[in-house]
Write a protein that binds this ligand. Structure first.
Ligand SMILES: NC(=O)c1ccc[n+]([C@@H]2O[C@H](COP(=O)([O-])OP(=O)(O)OC[C@H]3O[C@@H](n4cnc5c(N)ncnc54)[C@H](OP(=O)(O)O)[C@@H]3O)[C@@H](O)[C@H]2O)c1
Length: 284
């Protein structure tokens, strides 16, 4: 079964392409820069840009399964136009099985983030194909954002430093996606997913320090500095408000959920395991 993977150069998509190719499934890796894509044997790069829906038909042609993700920022358009374009292209191509990467709780709630994800998920669930939604909380790979600071020194300034989350390894998400795409029993399922332990960013940095054998120091940013940072980065005001509220007023995301272990048939990877596998990225 040919499977089209969107976000194939990203954290989950990249792992999924590697896993599908290793298992002998013809994986088609969609990217806006196919000539620069470093892919495993058995995978083929195809051009596709969710900002240019006409480019997607060639990417999806002949695919029977598809992994759909979008990197479009919430609130940067009137709605999730990338999710809509990808789902429409997959439907035009006659794709039969779709796994969509969403976020924890998806469209539940009433703020701008919930409305965005509700529309994005509906683009997939409203169609007559076999669909599965993956709803993970924080990714362990977010720690890669510390690389710049760790090259310059031993301290990392971080927003929401004391807010715990049961972060998940994108490779575990990819493995769950691969199963949903290549085996039966996942049709119509919505999987809320977490990793196996709840850690604050400060604690994650402590684990990374142990793996890298470095004395690293967390510098917590006050909440207002976190808000100012998101505003400087161009996040719409309504989205900044929603992120602040969700992060500071709710513990959702801190809970360890049993789903990943159940689906994987083994414990989900810990942050220490993720850090060990990705230590090289911090050593360059
Ligand atoms: N990070 C988290 O903690 C977290 C938690 C829960 C859910 N999520 C969800 O996970 C998803 C990915 O998050 P991430 O930050 O880790 O991103 P990522 O995987 O690094 O995503 C970047 C990918 O998006 C592709 N892309 C960007 N613009 C595109 C466009 N116009 N058309 C087609 N492809 C495009 C890029 O492909 P090319 O550049 O190669 O074209 C790249 O492969 C998001 O949907 C997010 O909501 C993230």
């Amino acid at each position: 079964m040919t499977i089209l993977v969107t976000g194939a150069t990203g954290h989950v998509g990249g792992e999924l392409v590697r896993q599908l190719a290793a298992a002998g499934h013809p994986a088609r890796a969609m990217t806006r820069r196919p000539s620069g894509a470093r892919l495993p044997e058995g995978a083929r790069a195809v051009y596709g840009d969710a900002d240019d829906p006409a480019s997607l038909d060639a990417a999806f042609a002949g695919a029977e399964g598809a992994f759909l993700m979008s990197a479009q920022g919430v609130g940067t358009a009137p709605g999730p136009t990338h999710d809509l374009a990808l789902a429409e292209a997959a439907a035009r191509a006659g794709v039969r099985r779709v796994v969509k990467l969403s976020v924890l709780d998806g469209g539940a709630g009433s703020d701008v983030i919930a409305r965005w994800h509700s529309e994005a998920e509906a683009a997939v669930t409203a169609r007559a194909w076999s669909w599965t939604l993956l709803r993970p909380g924080r990714f362990m790979s977010n720690a890669l954002q510390w690389i710049g600071q760790l090259k310059a020194g031993d301290s990392v300034s971080m927003p929401f430093a004391d807010r715990p989350a049961a972060s998940i390894d994108p490779a575990d998400l990819a493995e769950i996606a691969a199963r949903a795409l290549t085996t039966d029993g996942h049709a119509g399922a919505t999987h809320e997913l977490s990793g196996p332990q709840s850690l604050t960013p400060v604690e994650e940095l402590g684990v990374l320090a142990g793996v890298l054998h470095r004395d690293l120091r967390a510098v917590p940013l006050p909440a207002e500095a976190a808000r100012a940072g998101m505003e400087r980065y161009g996040f719409p005001a309504e989205v900044v408000d929603a992120i602040m509220r969700r992060t500071l007023e709710s513990d959702r995301g801190a809970e360890v959920l049993p789903t990943a272990q159940k689906l994987l048939g083994r414990p989900a990877r810990t942050f220490a395991q993720w850090a060990g596998i990705h230590a090289h990225a911090f050593l360059k």
